[in-house]
Design a protein. Structure first.
Length: 95
């Protein structure tokens, strides 16, 4: 009787990874309405405080980050010009 070869697959976060090789996968999905809702909350809070919002995203490497930056900028310009907006990459924020 032929012996089965042991599988090299390993479980990583509940998913089998073929051949025991690690891989990374990132997915962010944001809808314009969701971003606008979060931005308005931030700008409304800023009006009660120091009148400044720092929007942090990864526009340098992720499409969702570019959308985030664009939508926040549009909301700022149209509705909250009295509040200062600063954009920052997540990597810089973490430093």
């Amino acid at each position: 009787m032929a012996q089965k070869k042991p599988s090299r697959a390993i479980k990583l976060f509940g998913t089998e990874v073929p051949d025991g090789k690690r891989r990374g996968f990132d997915t962010d999905v944001y809808h314009e309405d969701e971003i606008a809702r979060v931005a308005r909350v931030a700008f409304d809070l800023a009006r009660q405080r120091r009148r400044k919002v720092t929007s942090v995203e990864k526009a340098n490497v992720m499409q969702s980050g570019r959308l985030w930056r664009a939508v926040v900028g549009e909301i700022h310009k149209a509705e909250y010009a009295d509040v200062e907006l600063e954009n920052m990459y997540a990597d810089n924020c973490a430093m």
